[in-house]
Design a protein. Structure first.
Length: 125
């Protein structure tokens, strides 16, 4: 089994949550990405958001870590609240699409890992 350490951002605006999905996929995840060797999660998150969205980010509160297992992968997701300096970010990665998901649609969405839904609801309610 492969272990991946990932930093993810809860970015919300006007009762919407910024989510991402790979093109042609049906599920969403939070923006962010893998830590590089020796990199701390907050630094990785700022770097990943710049790479994915071409935007500056400010990381705020650490919400915790969520494990997630699928196929032959074990993820350890470090989740933070963050803000970005652009109201309508555009994907800088051709394989990713970003969307503003209405918070009212969060419970019915296919957001992964699923435990993020209750974490986000607790923070944004």
């Amino acid at each position: 089994m492969t272990t991946e350490i990932i930093a993810r951002a809860v970015i919300h605006r006007d009762h919407h949550l910024l989510v991402v999905r790979q093109r042609n996929a049906t599920f969403f995840f939070l923006p962010g990405g893998h830590l590089e060797p020796g990199e701390d999660p907050a630094t990785a998150l700022v770097r990943e958001l710049a790479e994915e969205l071409g935007t500056q980010a400010t990381v705020s509160t650490y919400l915790g870590e969520l494990p997630y297992e699928y196929d032959d992968v074990q993820e350890l997701n470090h989740v933070f609240t963050a803000t970005i300096d652009t109201p309508n970010p555009v994907s800088q990665e051709p394989h990713l699409e970003f969307h503003w998901l209405p918070l009212d649609d969060l419970a019915a969405s296919d957001l992964r890992p699923p435990a993020l839904k209750s974490l986000i609801a607790g923070v944004l309610s």
